[in-house]
Design a protein. Structure first.
Length: 232
């Protein structure tokens, strides 16, 4: 009876910790905290015109009847077609070899070689070093899809600074795409879309969070053994 009474509080504490951890993990998946620099920009409120001439046409708020639907103001939406492909390869080979040989003759005193126990005091030194290294690296990336961003700023020359992010919950993890860059209005298609290859200073991030991403991450101990800090 004493053992059951002593273990009951411990089991209660363990169950409480498990419930708290599960609640924290569920909250982190639902909230999906985003980065402030990728947050959607709100449109700038246009002040109503002060002068009222009494006519239908108002110079401060008029819009042409036959204009397109392209993004041009802060807060407007723009769809970016992701079409990124990169292929890179690098090879390097290094070889270093060095040989060194030194002979020291026995010293001579009064025409006779100095000896110890009948052996002359001569010495020889040979050294050799050899180093060879090779490296081969290749990488290929392919990103296809689309993301709708907002216009965050209109530059003095008319170019648009766009930014945005998209989260997708898949089974045991979350996948998100973030994009930020500068778009020329002339590159925007009539359907209000633009290719990601036409975005200047593009910052595109595609990552994941959750059990799937954690299983693909290398551990801290293995990372130490492949880092430059490991001397061997």
């Amino acid at each position: 009876m004493l053992r059951k009474t002593g273990t009951a509080p411990l089991m209660f504490v363990v169950c409480l910790c498990i419930l708290m951890l599960s609640g924290c993990s569920r909250t982190s998946i639902i909230t999906r905290p985003g980065q402030p620099e990728y947050a959607p920009a709100a449109p700038v409120a246009m002040p109503p015109p002060v002068n009222n001439t009494g006519s239908i046409y108002m110079a401060g708020s008029a819009r042409p009847w036959f204009e397109d639907i392209k993004a041009r103001q802060v807060g407007d939406l723009l769809t970016v077609i992701l079409d990124e492909q990169t292929d890179a390869s690098k090879q390097a080979s290094t070889g270093i070899k060095k040989d060194n040989s030194t002979d020291i003759a026995a010293p001579n005193l009064l025409g006779k070689d100095l000896t110890i126990g009948g052996d002359p005091l001569s010495a020889g030194l040979d050294s050799s070093s050899d180093f060879s290294g090779e490296s081969d690296s290749s990488q290929s990336n392919n990103l296809q899809g689309s993301i709708t961003v907002t216009v965050a700023q209109v530059l003095p020359n008319g170019n648009l600074v766009v930014q945005g992010e998209k989260w997708i919950a898949i089974n045991q993890g979350d996948e998100y795409v973030r994009l930020r860059g500068i778009v020329r209005p002339v590159d925007i298609n009539p359907t209000n879309t633009v290719l990601s290859t036409q975005i200047a200073n593009a910052q595109i991030t595609y990552k994941g969070k959750g059990a799937t991403a954690d299983s693909n991450a290398i551990g801290w101990l293995a990372r130490f053994f492949i880092s430059p800090l490991w001397p061997y």
